[in-house]
Ligand binder design. Structure first.
Ligand SMILES: [Zn+2]
Length: 102
């Protein structure tokens, strides 16, 4: 695959663990300053935009409706994101990745 036409950069990933693989790619290509977490959809990679709670209220589960006020929506597929429990785990991952680049 690394010899395919149009591929300008590549490296073999040694780890089987996705987070370590991301760290290896960030180090190999010096991409730490380009990290922009929580700006892309996990489903389709579309850009996320801020959306008002009122606009998507009908799509929220009752407890989400109750406990969260800030939301982002994918401009491509409409997936909705908020700073729930999964977000906290991702924040920790990003913090570790940034820390390993220093
Ligand atoms: Zn999407």
């Amino acid at each position: 695959m690394l010899h395919a036409r149009g591929v300008t950069h590549g490296c073999h990933l040694h780890s089987q663990h996705p987070t370590e693989q991301v760290g290896q790619v960030l180090r190999r290509f010096d991409l730490y300053r380009n990290i922009q977490p929580f700006t892309r959809c996990l489903t389709c990679n579309g850009c996320l935009e801020d959306v008002s709670k009122a606009e998507i209220l009908h799509r929220l589960e009752p407890k989400t409706r109750l406990y969260y006020d800030a939301f982002r929506r994918c401009v491509e597929c409409g997936q909705i994101y908020w700073k729930g429990i999964h977000f906290t785990g991702r924040e920790e991952q990003v913090r570790k990745l940034r820390g390993s680049g220093e």
